[in-house]
Design a protein. Sequence first.
Length: 181
Amino acid sequence: MTYRETRRAFHAPLQAHATSRACRGRRSIRLVPRRTQRGVGLIEVMVSVLILSIAFLGIAALQATSLAANNSAMARSMATIASYSILDAMRADLSNATSGNYNTSSPIKASACSATAGTLAAVQTNHWCALLGSTLGAADTTTGAISCTANGDCTVTISFVDVRPGVNKSTQQTVVTRAML
């Protein structure tokens, strides 16, 4: 068998077709018969769509986790800002702060801020309670406590519920700020 005969015998079952009008003179030869290629392109597309959909679900889950972490960090930042706010108010009213007028015997609930006005300490504490309620949620679980000594060593404790569990799977978060006035 000659080279030409071998080549014709090999390529006889394969389909040859022109790829476009511009290539009419040239012919491209498929190496695999057309009848075995049916449906392969569709399966490849379906597998690609499956892989992409799984990737998009992973990205959506990552976005949701990121959003929850950002909200949790914002709540802790707001608690820190609220503690600095009352500490600055006590620095402005140093005599009442060192005499214990800002001290709370029990934690102040953001859902039940007292409307008592009279002394500057009572007004500042009421504003601070309203700030806690507006930034961390006006709930019974959002509380604030102040404890100052006579030499101006103050501790501000703020507790609130966070939707993202923290240490020991607890949703109750506590921010403690200690400062000298």
